[in-house]
Ligand binder design. Structure first.
Ligand code: PEP
Length: 253
């Protein structure tokens, strides 16, 4: 059975104190108000990982994610953070291949494949992001664009490894723009992603893979998006910075 996941991506927001305040608000709301069996994840900047993991403790209600990792294990890579370091903070998830990293840091599919291998070998769960830019959507070639991203970074994995991967489909034209994909557009792409995974990994793995939607998801549209058969939750940017909004999305299931 695939898992329902609502993951926040704080991006480069919040000082340590602000982050701890936000995490503590979310943890308390989840404890008191969560209705469904949704896994809640907070994707924080590196500097928050240890403190937020400590704050969450053993509650298992909320998990922590980094927003990236190095493809190297250790050594002379100034400014980089390895998966072992991330794991040592109590963090369980790693967001990989966010469009902002692909665009501003020129992350390639090959590099992302190496990062995935690192994350999986350390026993953490990757949330692998994919999604097309506006010009690709306008040309109507979004399915082949997104499927190529999956082929290039995921298709070297074994079935066992693939069963540990979470995918986030995030149309770039919908990220932070207030322009959400319609639930039909999102469902269509999620179905195409699942079909593509099935070609390589078989129906059982494809059916069990959680595929999250990301792109201007908010409490007012989350219910409609999450009601689609192939949408298993969300990767949430802006709305994850306000505990009440994030909780509204968690409870949209
Ligand atoms: C994101 O950056 O992953 C994202 C989905 O952002 P937003 O929700 O703000 O569109």
């Amino acid at each position: 059975m695939r898992k329902k996941i609502v993951a926040g991506n704080w991006k480069m927001n919040n000082t340590l104190d602000e982050g701890l305040k936000l995490a503590s608000e979310v943890v308390n709301m989840v404890k008191d108000e969560r209705q469904g069996d949704v896994i809640v994840v907070l994707g924080t900047p590196f500097i928050h990982l240890a403190s937020v993991s400590k704050l969450i403790g053993d509650t298992k209600d909320v998990h922590v994610s980094s927003q990236d990792c190095s493809e190297h294990e250790s050594g002379a890579y100034t400014g980089e953070v390895s998966v072992s370091m991330i794991k040592s903070t109590g963090t369980r998830y790693v967001i990989l291949g966010h469009s902002e990293r692909r665009e501003y840091h020129e992350e390639t599919s090959v590099q992302l494949a190496a990062k995935l291998d690192r994350v999986l070998s350390t026993g953490l769960t990757p949330i692998f992001c994919c999604g097309e830019p506006l010009e690709v959507r306008e040309a109507g070639t979004q399915d082949s664009y997104v499927c190529s991203q999956l082929t290039e970074s995921l298709f070297h994995l074994t079935k066992e490894q693939m069963s540990k991967v979470v995918i986030a489909y995030e149309p770039i034209w919908a990220i932070g723009t207030g322009k959400t994909a319609t639930s039909e557009q999102a469902q269509e792409m999620h179905k195409a992603i699942r079909k593509h995974l099935a070609i390589k990994f078989g129906d059982a793995i494809a059916e069990d893979t959680s595929i999250l939607y990301g792109g201007s998801c908010k409490p007012s549209n989350a219910g409609e998006l999450f009601s689609q058969p192939d949408i298993d939750g969300g990767l949430i940017g802006g709305a994850s910075l306000v505990a009440r909004d994030f909780m509204g999305i968690i409870n949209a299931y």
